[in-house]
Design a protein around this ligand. Structure first.
Ligand SMILES: *[C@@H]1O[C@H](CO)[C@@H](O)[C@H](O)[C@H]1NC(C)=O
Ligand SMILES: [Zn+2]
Length: 261
C-alpha cells in the first residue's frame, strides 16, 4: 500500500467519526503538519506520581485497576493492539473498558510493539492509528498519549506522533520489572526512590509481570505514606487525557485484528 493510500484509508476510517477526522488530520489546516510531538519524561505537578503500565491489555487488569481504585489512586495504561493478544477479543476489550471506566487513563503503546526507529512514515501511521481506532471504538475516547515501545523514538516518530496529536510519554523511574528484577527488588527500588524525595515521579511498570501485580498494593501504600497523590499521567502534567471523548461503539465485524498490520 502506498503512503497516500494508507493516509486515505486512515482518513476513510476516521471520517466515520466526524470530529476524529478533524483532530486526526488537522483538516482545518489542510493536511498541514503539526509540530513534532512533545516528549515528556516527568510529571510537572508537584507531589504527584503517575503509575504507568505497559504492554497490556493483559490477564491481571482487574487486580491492577482494583489495587489503585481501592487506595484512591488513578493510573495510566499504555495498550498494544496486537502483541500478547488482539485488543478486540472480548476479554481484551473488556479490560480496556474496565480501566477506562475506573478513572484510569488509557493510551497507546502502538499496535505490535515494534522498534519504531526501524519504520517508515506509512508504517508509523499504521502502528499508531490502529490502536487509536481500537481504543476509540472500545471506550469512546480519542487518546492523546503514546508511549513508544522500548522508549525508542527518532525525528520521524515525533513528526508522525505530532500529526496525530499525541504527546510522546516516557518515564523518569523504571521499576525494573522487565529488567529481571524480582518483586522484592523492584519494591526496594521504589523505596530508595521515595527516600530521595523527588518532587514528582513518573514510573514505568508492566501489566504482564505478576510480580508487579503482587507488590503494587505495597508500592501504592509506600508512595501515599510519603505524601504523594497517585494520579493519571495527564493529570500529573495538568493537561487533558484525550483529544476528545464520545460514546463507545457497538461491537461489529470491524472489531478484529485479522487483515490488519
Ligand atoms: C481519580 O479520578 C477521579 C475521577 O476523575 C477523581 O474524582 C479523583 O480525584 C482521582 N483521584 C486522584 C488521586 O487524583
Ligand atoms: Zn512495552
Amino acid at each position: 500500500m502506498t503512503r497516500l493510500s494508507s493516509i486515505l484509508l486512515a482518513f476513510t476510517l476516521a471520517a466515520t467519526y466526524a470530529s476524529a477526522a478533524v483532530l486526526h488530520f488537522g483538516l482545518g489546516t489542510g493536511m498541514g503538519r503539526r509540530a513534532p510531538a512533545e516528549v515528556i519524561t516527568h510529571c510537572t505537578v508537584p507531589g504527584t506520581v503517575a503509575l504507568t503500565f505497559d504492554d497490556g491489555p493483559y490477564t491481571w487488569m482487574t487486580e491492577i485497576s482494583d489495587a489503585m481504585t481501592n487506595a484512591g489512586a488513578n493510573g495510566t495504561f499504555f495498550f498494544n493492539g496486537n502483541n500478547w493478544g488482539c485488543i478486540y477479543d472480548e476479554a481484551m476489550a473488556a479490560r480496556v473498558k474496565y480501566a477506562y471506566d475506573h478513572n484510569h487513563q488509557v493510551a497507546s503503546h502502538t499496535w505490535q510493539h515494534l522498534h519504531l526507529n526501524t519504520l517508515n512514515e506509512h508504517q508509523l501511521h499504521v502502528q499508531m492509528w490502529l490502536v487509536e481506532e481500537a481504543i476509540y471504538k472500545i471506550t469512546g475516547a480519542y487518546i492523546a498519549f503514546t508511549r513508544p515501545p522500548f522508549g525508542e523514538y527518532n525525528d520521524l516518530v515525533l513528526e508522525v506522533a505530532g500529526m496525530r496529536g499525541q504527546i510522546v510519554a516516557n518515564w523518569d523511574f523504571d521499576s525494573g520489572d522487565t529488567g529481571g528484577l524480582t518483586g522484592a527488588q523492584s519494591l526496594n527500588q521504589y523505596r530508595t526512590l521515595i527516600a530521595a524525595q523527588p518532587e514528582s515521579i513518573l514510573t514505568l511498570n508492566h501489566e504482564i509481570n505478576p510480580d508487579t501485580v503482587q507488590i503494587l498494593p505495597q508500592v501504592i501504600a509506600d508512595l501515599q505514606a510519603a505524601g504523594y497523590r497517585l494520579t493519571t499521567l495527564a493529570d500529573c502534567l495538568g493537561v487533558e487525557p484525550y483529544q476528545f471523548v464520545s460514546e463507545p461503539s457497538e461491537r461489529d465485524a470491524s472489531w478484529t485484528c485479522e487483515g490488519r498490520a
